[in-house]
Write a protein that binds this ligand. Structure first.
Ligand SMILES: N[C@@H](CCC(=O)N[C@@H](CS)C(=O)NCC(=O)O)C(=O)O
Length: 279
């Protein structure tokens, strides 16, 4: 999996991953030729491919996206990968070092898009729906992979697998219907808190950022740049997780501000967004 064509940067990602959306859109928007310019490694997260020891040797948290540059340096976060793609863009666009706080804000654990799609439901009905759909399959698939890798784990990854199995087992139990009423109550409270945090961010800081830090339609100006790749990766996944704009409004108990809707629509009408079928 990690054998690479060292003449090109190696790009590790997954099409269905929220944060992989940021570099995938950057690649498209910044004039890269996906297949010619990068050595591609798609890791199906629902099968736990990111837990393969050969990947952990590269990216110790086992997350995507990651990129290995031409000097062999591993860039193992969305932030570093997008920065690299922007800095080495064939379009040689000049982007001011704008708004690192916006990027940091959308990456906050309090509003995690993976928690929204895969992790937390808010009631029995939404938990059962998730359990019989992609989220249920996701936690089960990972569990199988983790158990397989843990059996023959190199000592250096023993702790990693133990921790991941513990974390993953919680969600397997929640979706399997084996959790107690008390556990479910606590779980739904976390789901509601998550959507409340998302609602506060959507109507608070995000609106302020859009008002104050944007240089045009996009944060970067009239075409998207570094900050935009992070913001849309988060926003698109949140809207998908909520079941669309109306679903998000229902879950957050707040109407979506027109600046947020407008920003989202500026992205959904772009060729890159349509071509990559971003969700
Ligand atoms: N803070 C990290 C988070 C990346 C992340 O959470 N990636 C997800 C996919 S969107 C992942 O790889 N999850 C697999 C896992 O955590 O096991 C970053 O921005 O790079």
């Amino acid at each position: 999996m990690t054998s690479t064509d060292s003449a090109k940067p190696a790009f590790y990602f997954f099409e269905g991953s929220a944060w992989s959306t940021a570099p995938r859109l950057a690649i498209e928007e910044l004039g890269y030729d996906l297949k010619k310019d990068l050595d591609l490694h798609s890791l199906p997260l629902g099968e736990g491919a990111n837990f393969d020891p050969s990947y952990l040797k590269l990216a110790k948290e086992g997350t995507v996206p990651a990129l290995v540059d031409l000097q062999g340096e591993v860039l193992d976060s969305t932030f570093k990968v997008v920065k690299y793609l922007v800095a080495n863009s064939p379009k040689r666009i000049t982007l001011e070092p704008s708004s690192p706080n916006v990027i940091e804000a959308v990456h906050s654990d309090q509003i995690d898009p993976n928690d929204a799609l895969l992790g937390y439901a808010v009631d029995d009905e939404s938990r059962k729906a998730k359990g019989s759909d992609l989220p249920g399959q996701f936690w089960n698939g990972r569990q199988q992979a983790l158990e397989k890798y843990a059996k023959s784990s190199p000592p250096e990854f023993k702790n990693f697998y133990e921790e991941k199995i513990k974390y993953n087992s919680y969600f397997v139990k929640i979706y399997s219907g084996e959790a107690s009423d008390e556990e479910l109550k606590e779980y739904y409270a976390k789901g509601k808190k998550l959507w409340s945090n998302i609602g506060s961010f959507l109507s608070g800081d995000l609106v302020k950022f859009l008002q104050n830090d944007r240089k045009g339609t996009f944060f970067a100006g009239n075409t998207p740049g570094e900050v935009d790749f992070h913001v849309i990766a988060w926003l698109a996944r949140i809207i998908t997780s909520g079941g669309g704009v109306e679903g998000v409004e229902k879950l957050t108990g707040k109407p979506l501000d027109k600046s947020v809707k407008g920003y989202y629509e500026s992205w959904t009408s772009r060729e890159s967004f349509k071509k990559l079928e971003i969700v």
